[in-house]
Ligand binder design. Structure first.
Ligand SMILES: NC(=O)c1ccc[n+]([C@@H]2O[C@H](COP(=O)([O-])OP(=O)(O)OC[C@H]3O[C@@H](n4cnc5c(N)ncnc54)[C@H](O)[C@@H]3O)[C@@H](O)[C@H]2O)c1
Length: 252
């Protein structure tokens, strides 16, 4: 049986570890050629080796999503690696847990640059390529915090992630006529390195058995499965959607 993503080329930002690495593994497992990008060169190099040894086609490239002036040129370089880009996953991001009274202008700006502005300028650059191809799947990793506001994670983070949901809709509205879909995934509490900075991991009040209907924290693979669906043609008639992957912790 042909694999779901056979012949497709996917770029995943921030795929050096965590959710991004799990997404890249899942897309490769289902037949996509993957371009691994991150500011963490070691992580993407190791994953490239792992995927190639497992029989997939993978290439890695250093890429800072907040290096705005170089994004168009670097996205064109990624396009040249396998000759097209069918799937683009905006996953790279940072978080912080600064209390609402203490967030500085610098912290605010850094958060918006890396978690929001990057999503717009990366999507804009790849949109041009997808428009020419008359095919594209944009998947944006937002957050449960983007839907309900931030407490454990900062208000600057939740505001950026709310912006990501809105951008998913703008690209959906403008991309539909070119067969480009654009959807957001909102992870809940997911066990990665990022989570180590957040209070829910250790606070007994946040025990998942008491707070999460599915009684456990999420794994990177839980998020990757949702991305696989939205990156594939199983979701051809879904665009501008927001898919919650949070074990039922937050229901809209
Ligand atoms: N872990 C969670 O509980 C959780 C919940 C909701 C949403 N998310 C979102 O999921 C995404 C992945 O998070 P994670 O938990 O895997 O985090 P992580 O910190 O484990 O991984 C993030 C990756 O992004 C990379 N990165 C950071 N800044 C970058 C930049 N400027 N350019 C390129 N790459 C950069 C890092 O090097 C790292 O490899 C993020 O957008 C995050 O906001 C995570």
């Amino acid at each position: 049986m042909e694999k779901l993503l056979a012949g497709k080329v996917a770029v995943v930002t921030g795929s050096g570890r965590g959710i991004g690495a799990a997404i890249a593994r899942r897309l490769a497992q289902f037949g996509a050629k993957v371009v691994l990008t991150d500011i963490n060169g070691e992580g993407i190099k190791a994953l490239e080796k792992e995927l190639v040894e497992a029989g997939s086609e993978a290439k890695s490239m250093l890429f800072d999503v907040a290096d705005f002036t170089h994004i168009p040129e670097q996205v064109n370089q990624m396009n040249a690696l396998f000759g097209r880009i069918d799937i683009w996953v905006n996953n790279a991001g940072i978080t912080e847990s600064a209390p609402i009274e203490n967030i500085t202008v610098q912290q605010w700006d850094r958060m918006q640059d890396i978690d929001l502005k990057s999503v717009f300028f990366c999507s804009q650059a790849v949109f041009k390529i997808m428009k020419e191809q008359q095919y594209g799947r944009l998947v944006h990793i937002s957050s449960m915090a983007g839907e309900r506001g931030g407490r454990g994670s900062s208000a600057s983070y939740s505001a950026a992630k709310a912006g990501v949901i809105n951008l998913a809709k703008s690209f959906a509205l403008n991309g539909g006529q070119y067969n480009i879909t654009s959807n957001a995934v909102c992870p809940g509490r997911t066990l990665t390195e990022m989570a180590k900075d957040l209070s829910w991991l250790t606070d007994p009040k946040d025990d998942p058995k008491l707070t999460i209907p599915l009684q456990r924290f999420g794994t990177p693979e839980d998020i990757a499965d949702a991305v696989l669906f939205l990156a594939s043609d199983l979701s051809s008639y879904i665009t501008g959607a927001v898919l919650d992957v949070n074990g039922g912790l937050y229901m809209r």
